[in-house]
Design a protein around this ligand. Sequence first.
Ligand SMILES: *Cc1c(COP(=O)(O)O)cnc(C)c1O
Length: 401
Amino acid sequence: MNNSTVAADNPDSYPLMPTYGQPPVQFVRGSGTELFDRDGNRYLDFLCGLAVTSLGHAHPAVAEAIHEQARTLLHVSNLYETVPGLEVAETIDRLQGGGGQVFFCNSGAESLEGAIKLARRNGGHGKHVVVSALKSFHGRTLATLHATGQVEKHETFQPLPEGFRHVPYNDFEALEASIDPSCAAVLLEVVQGEGGVNVGDGEYFKKVRELCDERQMLLMFDEVQTGFARTGEWFAWQHHFESEGAVRPDVVTMAKALGNGFPIGAIWAKREVAAAFQPGDHATTYGGQPLATSAARAVLRVMESLDAPSLARAAGEELMGKLLAVPNVLDTRGLGLLIAAEIDTETVGMTGPEIALACLEVGLVVNGISPTAIRLAPPLTVSSEEIDEAMTKLSSVLGGN
Ligand SMILES: *Cc1c(COP(=O)(O)O)cnc(C)c1O
């Protein structure tokens, strides 16, 4: 036992701001799909820090890359070039299908901030509005909070930066009706993660692409949660457009899984769009520094060598099937290994968040994504045995045994 403060022990002297409520557990160590708390209890991590540690905890190749780079070169600023950043940018561009350029930053919200600035720079004076979807999530900075289509999160922080408009997700007519010449970009998640794991429609995205071409707007996909194989393609937009060849987004934001836990984000944009940014338009001190990009380089190498999208597809199909056999699971939705399970919460007598807490008590990490659903996002490397064990734990919570 260590002496550090845990929220539950010392609510009055706890040193962290109360933005997350009371943390119910203190994790000290992880390995693959497993996590261990300060008392040595073992957990299966079916959340991955919100779709971040997609290769599992303490991945040896990533740990080694961070260790090696820390002894070699940590930081020189973006006035100079470093090796891992170039390699990661080239790989990201290749995985996007080529023809683009990359800007590195440190988080998902920063990648969205940069994309919003790029849309404004590209649109020019008077063409600056970003249209996004209700129930979307794009970050917590002031601009990305306004892009986030959850009006209840806006109120306490007004006034927010202007230039945002929200329309119902997956509803093409509503989107079309909202467009006027001030619109610079349409910003969408291919699967809404925080909004409840809502999967967008292929037909919808294709019509949105056509509309963006017609009205000279950028199509920007927020793949912070879905990017890097989580949904069974390198990027979720590839479920819908790959067969069409040239039909692609103009801008893609990414972060979470790129560093497997090391903070890093990135914006990818088609070259002709990226060209709207001139020297001095956008910058970051830390974004793309060698420690972050060497971690990302190791992540991408491992993911490519494992063919990570095929892992996500196979394990996702297995997990969805096995979830449906768990008592009181009514339905599942999602893509690849980003999954929500709708639960008969009336019979179980707990809400989604309460079920997640009960799962934690039996050693399974998931989260409550709505009053009636939990979200599962295990590592792409999760094994069949681990899925079975997780389902046994979930069954014990939902009343099966
Ligand atoms: C997590 C998330 C963000 C914000 O990323 P941060 O790193 O927390 O700033 C933005 N968009 C989506 C889709 C996300 O899931």
